[in-house]
Every structure is written in structure tokens, then in C-alpha cells.
Write a protein that binds this ligand. Structure first.
Ligand SMILES: [Zn+2]
Length: 296
């Protein structure tokens, strides 16, 4: 790699969606992220225990674990961490199998309320992941409940005035349109609804104002670079020792930024779209790198 075009020292390098687990690499993965040049992480919660939560206290413990990881990464490494919290949509399927559909659905609502309380307390910046399973749900009652909770999550994001990070199947142009319609029906602006795990470029004209959080594969990143935002880069790093480096390794975003700097130096300023401008438009603030900040 040519090192002739350094990244601007004030440019944040941001992974917009990752997971870290105490049972996985945890803080050490964030250290690798920083050493590769990363400065900020959006850290999405996940189940840290072998079975899906069955009580709202299970979710509270889960959110606390996410917050503790965030705190350690910030205090030990100086990497900025923004927590994203919600009950995972697929949890409904697992919980319904053990406690019944009605109880599982009200558990999701309670956990959404808990996440919103954390957001209001500024312990998290967005409600996510919300949405529906990325696989077809055969049981009609389960499917209907899942759709209802999708709407309920959007209504809560509207009330909390925060972005919603959506987990769902891959979307076509029509899918983006119906996602935007769903948001509007709940009084949530589509610009506040992020499609996470977007695996291919969606030109702005086909995205119905939904920001895309692109999986930071090289071809996707290069494809989307000329587009106006909002769009983000993410790894969806799972920090699962059984699936090392999945979905993408946590070093990927800073590596891609450095690749652009050395191979597409004329595009360096385009990096302000995912790392600053899109965050400003979607979240209303912008991450900053203090002078001499975390980038080595
Ligand atoms: Zn995720």
C-alpha cells in the first residue's frame, strides 16, 4: 500500500454497526480497530447468553453488558462508542417457542420501552436492531405479531426522536419504498430509518430517503462513493469465536479508508459522507477527533 496520501487528521473513521462480546475478542478487537486507524464505533447490543432473553431483566442485563463494553473501550482506548439498543427482532421467534407468543410479544414491547428509556437518558443513540427476521416466518400469527412490533418500534423511535436501525431481509427498490411508507405511517421521518446490512449499492433515487448502512466490502464501498449521502460503512462484526472475522473483521472500515487514500486520493474528501455528513443528517451531531486523538 502506498502511504503517500495520509488521511486528514481531523477525519473520524467510523464503523456504523458492529457487535462485541465479553466472551469473544471484546475490547481487544476495538484495540485492533484503533491500531488500524479507526476512531468511533456504533456498538449494537446482542444476546450474550446462549438462549434468547425471557424476561425484561434479561434484556436489562444484556444492555448493561453492552454499556460496560462501551465504557471500557472509551476509557481504555479513547475510541468513541455509541450504543444502539433494542430487543433483536429474531428474539421473538425464540421466545415464542419457550414462553408463548403473547408473552414473547409483550416482552419485546417492554424491552423496546427499556431501550427507549436508555436513549432518553443518553446512554444510547438509536433504537436497533428493530424490524423483522431476515428469513420467512411461516406461522401467520408469529408473522403478524412481528409486523406489529416492527410498527411499534417505529412509533417509539418517533416518540423518542431517535433513529431506528432496521434489521430485515435485503431490500429491493420497492422494499425501500414500503419501509419509508411504514415509517411515515408511524410519523417517523424516513431519513431517521437506517437499513443496516445493505449489501449492494442503492442509488439515492431508489432508496426512498432511507439511509443505507453498507457492508464495507471493497466493491460496495467503491460503488457507493460517488453517491450523495446519507449512507454509512459497517462491518456487522459479530465477535463470535465460532465465526472469526464474520461478517467482516473489525479492522475493515479503517483499512478501506486507507485504501481509498492510497488508490483514490481524489476521493478522500468523499469519506466525510459516511463518517461525518451522514451522521449529522441522521443523528443530528457529528463525531470529532480531538487533536492527537485516538488515531495512531
Ligand atoms: Zn447487527
Amino acid at each position: 500500500m502506498r502511504a503517500d496520501q495520509p488521511l486528514p487528521p481531523d477525519l473520524p473513521i467510523v464503523d456504523h454497526h458492529c457487535h462485541l462480546a465479553p466472551s469473544g475478542e471484546g475490547v481487544a478487537a476495538a484495540r485492533r480497530f484503533r491500531e488500524a486507524g479507526g476512531t468511533h464505533l456504533f456498538l449494537a447490543t446482542q444476546n450474550y447468553e446462549p438462549r434468547a432473553p425471557r424476561t425484561v431483566d434479561d434484556y436489562r442485563r444484556q444492555f448493561e453488558t453492552t454499556a460496560q463494553l462501551a465504557h471500557r473501550i472509551e476509557s481504555e482506548l479513547g475510541v468513541g462508542v455509541y450504543c444502539v439498543l433494542a430487543p433483536y427482532p429474531v428474539d421473538l421467534v425464540h421466545a415464542a417457542a419457550s414462553i408463548g407468543l403473547a408473552a414473547a410479544a409483550s416482552l419485546q414491547e417492554e424491552a423496546l420501552d427499556l431501550a427507549v428509556a436508555w436513549i432518553r437518558d443518553r446512554r444510547a443513540v438509536a433504537l436497533g436492531e428493530v424490524g423483522r427476521p431476515h428469513f420467512p416466518v411461516e406461522d401467520p400469527a408469529l408473522r403478524a405479531e412481528s409486523e406489529r412490533l416492527f410498527d411499534a418500534a417505529f412509533a417509539r423511535a418517533r416518540d423518542a426522536d431517535c433513529p431506528a436501525i432496521v434489521h430485515c431481509e435485503d431490500l429491493t427498490e420497492e422494499g425501500y419504498r414500503s419501509l419509508a411508507d411504514r415509517a411515515r405511517r408511524q410519523g417517523l421521518r424516513p431519513e431517521r430509518v437506517v437499513k443496516h446490512y445493505a449489501r449492494a449499492r442503492v442509488p439515492p433515487a431508489r432508496a426512498s430517503e432511507i439511509p443505507r448502512s453498507y457492508l464495507a466490502k471493497r466493491e460496495v464501498v467503491i460503488d457507493a462513493l460517488p453517491d450523495d449521502g446519507p449512507w454509512f460503512w459497517e462491518t456487522d462484526f459479530l465477535d463470535d469465536s465460532r465465526r472469526p472475522g464474520a461478517v467482516l473483521d473489525l479492522e475493515t472500515v479503517p483499512r478501506r479508508a486507507r485504501w481509498i487514500a492510497s488508490h483514490r486520493p481524489e476521493s478522500i474528501e468523499r469519506l466525510r459522507i459516511p463518517f461525518e455528513e451522514s451522521i449529522r443528517r441522521t443523528y443530528g451531531w457529528v463525531p470529532t477527533v480531538p487533536p492527537g486523538g485516538p488515531r495512531p
